[in-house]
Design a protein around this ligand. Structure first.
Ligand SMILES: *[C@@H]1O[C@H](CO)[C@@H](O)[C@H](O)[C@H]1NC(C)=O
Ligand SMILES: *[C@@H]1O[C@H](CO)[C@@H](O)[C@H](O)[C@H]1NC(C)=O
Length: 484
């Protein structure tokens, strides 16, 4: 046990003041330690190949780590690549691809090492951004009888990021957004659905636009002309009744089709349930969940004239059978969407670095959950623990590694990878066995001024291995002059 001598003076000027000490152990940079990754690019990293493509990786450690990279699981020799370079004292890659940038579309992993161990970054999937373009096809005019349903497809060009789509219609000389209503609306996939076409839909040509989130580029599809013919009913009866009435028609599904479908959504992601029907008069859409009236919770939005349910962040209780019913004067139809909610792994407890004195014991815990439940695998400096040199004082049991009476032989960076079919979480935590005399990092000889009546928080940062017992911070009484 260590008794600290702390040179802290706090003179309390007024009475009636609350003091709160928060104490925490922090590892000073001057202490030798294995590497810790401090910055890395996202797991899905989209870059513009016309500019310098940057893949970030920063780490700290003492001695300062050296960096290396893997590309698609193999060593990536950056020094031998004339188009790539690594920044000084950092692992960050700058790639400027004058020729075939496609060769860089790969999975990268950064490794920061020093004599005490190696820390690993996530696998960073580099994807090149290509300006999406619609084929310059000329679209045939759509000729259709009034009263029939119509779907105009948008099909934005594929790319790493989904664009936001919208429809414009032009009737000379103006161009405007297509008005959405119960009869005409855009679906989640960007297509424009007409439950039935009216004679006056003819006036316009329609064109789909897509705004791509990367660089905010707007692309326009070639317009399509819609020509609505009078319905048979209309042409037969027009001489008699002078109105643009169309024959009534029972509801049928435009999207989705059939009587059932299923959707899988990941916890926390957006859940969209959509039902669009054809029919004359335009069918009305209603929803039930598991056979009962749908309870519209605050997390849920009903959009697009009842045709769409939007849940921005799905949770497990959104699981169930959602039935939509399309009804008009003639009849009704039903469609049931079975929603399953799964989850990529998420943290319950991330492993913390272990700073131990020789002969102490400790453990690393890597607790996560997900649906299905993640499996946890452990690595030592990137090597699977199963193939690493066994150590009698180290025991792995599922999501925990226990160390008993450690020695410097246990110094390493340990990785745990909690994964299921929907993703993984990688954490690095080091074991640093050292003997360090306790020291106070902050405050030192502080004269603390406080305001009467206010609450004051004082940090007490210290370090030592074994963890020193702290005797400075508790039970300070207001109005006392303290020198411990
Ligand atoms: C974690 O494990 C999963 C499943 O084996 C694997 O697909 C993923 O690449 C691993 N992640 C890292 C960073 O090694
Ligand atoms: C077309 O006709 C319908 C029904 O008569 C009307 O509600 C709608 O506003 C008209 N649309 C246009 C663009 O004139």
């Amino acid at each position: 046990m260590y008794l600290l001598s702390v040179d802290v003076f706090a003179r309390v000027l007024f009475s009636c003041i609350d003091f709160f000490w928060s104490d925490f152990i922090s590892l000073p940079a001057a202490v030798r330690q294995p590497p810790t990754i401090t910055k890395q690019s996202m797991k899905d990293h989209v870059v513009d190949p016309k500019e310098t493509m940057v893949i970030e990786c920063e780490a700290k450690g003492n001695p300062h780590p050296i960096f290396s990279w893997r590309r698609n699981g193999k060593y990536f020799n950056v020094a031998r690549d004339s188009q790539a370079s690594m920044r000084r004292r950092s692992g960050t890659l700058d790639i400027y691809a004058r020729t075939n940038p496609e060769q860089y579309e790969a999975e990268y992993q950064c490794i920061a090492s020093n004599e005490y161990g190696s820390a690993y970054s996530n696998k960073i999937r580099l994807q090149l951004y290509r300006p999406p373009v619609w084929p310059r096809e000329v679209l045939e005019p759509v000729v259709i009888s009034a009263g029939l349903p119509l779907v105009l497809s948008c099909d934005p060009p594929p790319g790493p990021l989904r664009p936001e789509t919208y429809w414009m219609s032009s009737s000379f000389p103006t161009m405007r957004a297509v008005r959405q209503d119960r009869r005409v609306s855009m679906g989640v996939n960007g297509d424009l659905y007409f439950s039935n076409v009216l004679f006056n839909d003819s006036v316009a040509d329609f064109c789909c636009n897509a705004r791509f989130p990367f660089k905010n580029v707007i692309q326009q599809k070639m317009p399509v002309v819609v020509k609505v013919l009078p319905s048979e009913y209309e042409s037969k009866c027009l001489p008699l009744i002078r109105s643009h009435t169309v024959a009534e028609a029972a509801p049928t599904w435009l999207s989705p089709t059939g009587s059932s479908s299923s959707t899988l959504v990941l916890l926390g992601e957006e859940l969209l349930l959509e039902c669009i029907a054809a029919g004359v008069p335009t069918p009305h859409i209603t929803w039930t969940k598991d056979g009962e009236a749908l309870v519209v919770t605050p997390r849920m939005k009903i959009k697009n004239f009842n045709k769409l349910i939007q849940i921005q962040k799905a949770s497990f209780e959104d699981t169930g059978d959602y039935t939509c019913t399309a009804t008009n004067r003639i009849s009704y139809i039903e469609h049931t969407i079975t929603v399953r909610v799964k989850a990529a792994p998420f943290w319950l407890e991330k492993p913390d670095n272990l700073i131990l004195a020789p002969e102490e014991s400790g453990r690393l815990v890597c607790r996560s959950d997900g649906a299905p439940r993640p499996t946890v695998s452990w690595f030592i400096n990137g090597e699977p623990i199963e193939t690493a040199t066994p150590m009698p004082n180290r025991q792995v049991s599922g999501d925990m590694i226990t160390f008993r009476s450690v020695t410097t032989e246990n110094n390493a960076v340990y990785q745990c990878n909690a994964s299921n079919e929907f993703g993984y979480l990688l954490a690095n935590a080091f074991v640093n066995v050292l003997h360090a005399t306790p020291r106070i990092l902050w405050p030192r000889n502080e004269f603390v001024k406080v305001v009467e009546g206010s609450r004051t928080f004082l940090d007490c940062r210290y370090f030592g291995s074994p963890v020193p017992e702290l005797r400075c911070c508790n039970h300070w009484r207001v109005g006392e002059l303290m020198t411990l």
